[in-house]
Design a protein around this ligand. Sequence first.
Ligand SMILES: *Cc1c(COP(=O)(O)O)cnc(C)c1O
Length: 348
Amino acid sequence: MSAVYRVDLDAFADNLAHIRATVAPAEHMLVVKDDAYAHGLAPIVHRARAEGVRWIGAFDVATGLEVRAVAGTEARIFVWLLGGPDDLAAGVGAGLDLGIGDRALLDELAALPAGATPARVHLKIDTGLHRNGIRPEDWDAALQTVAELVASGRAELTGIWSHISEASDADDDDARALFLAAREAARRHGLAPTVSHLAASAAGFARAVFREDLVRIGAYSYGIRPAGGPSDAALGIRPIATLWATVASVDGDLVRLDVGSLHGVPSVAAGRVDVQTPGGLRRVRTIDEVTTLVDAWPAARVGDEIAIFGADAVCSATDVAEAIDTIGEEIALRVSPAVPRVYTGGAR
Ligand SMILES: *Cc1c(COP(=O)(O)O)cnc(C)c1O
């Protein structure tokens, strides 16, 4: 036996249902970047589709194509990392929704050979994060180019979008004002975007006016609550995965488990987190590359299974993160691809 990451797709479905109810009438765009936050892209997309999720945020074109293969032709797949003409052509060909936040990409789109179907463009306004996006002073010129693309049948302006910090309500309010002005400007250019989106998990839950038509939610879908933020219970979500280890040996008053930092357990968590054992809570003492030492419990036996973090453990990924001053996503994303993912719940 060795480490295994068990993903409960029924718990995932419960989170999806709760998110849908929370953001309605806006729609949930399930964000699946980084291999669905390391939960495994294909099983997550498959189950999400079975649960009626229509929009999937895939990050790059390569992932978008993988999602298309699993999600089918009806799914709307949003990608926002586009690497140039080849990427654009592949994205248009696969009917992806293209998040375009830079002028050069618009020009490249205009230079592509005309395809059978118009490109679906979601134009990104930079509302202050300076993480790509068209600056407000360049917005009118970009709209002009889009209007030409639309007039020639090469594109449709499907959406206007942005990304906000979700760190301060005041900054987010300023960002929203810029966003709404940018959308008005599009209308003045005779463009009629059908979807607006700017919020991710935190603002999508906490601030109803940020929901617009779509809320791009990753973390909460997987039950990853924000470090220092509301509890799982307050949010109505729960972790969907557990990292399990097995007792490899009993060494006097310490028990050696077969997971370590190479599997994704941060070594700095040693001395700061507990695990539930058959003998009760025990402190994690040291974490090396491939093993973890925990205080022993009576009758500890080789082969006993211990939940390290997640749904079935005493600490969630975010609890571990808080103990070492980082965020839950960081802990979730560390779980090594070498650790087998085992799914319960199925696709239904
Ligand atoms: C990662 C990401 C999201 C999802 O953020 P969460 O906080 O995980 O919900 C949404 N939009 C963009 C552009 C992202 O990169």
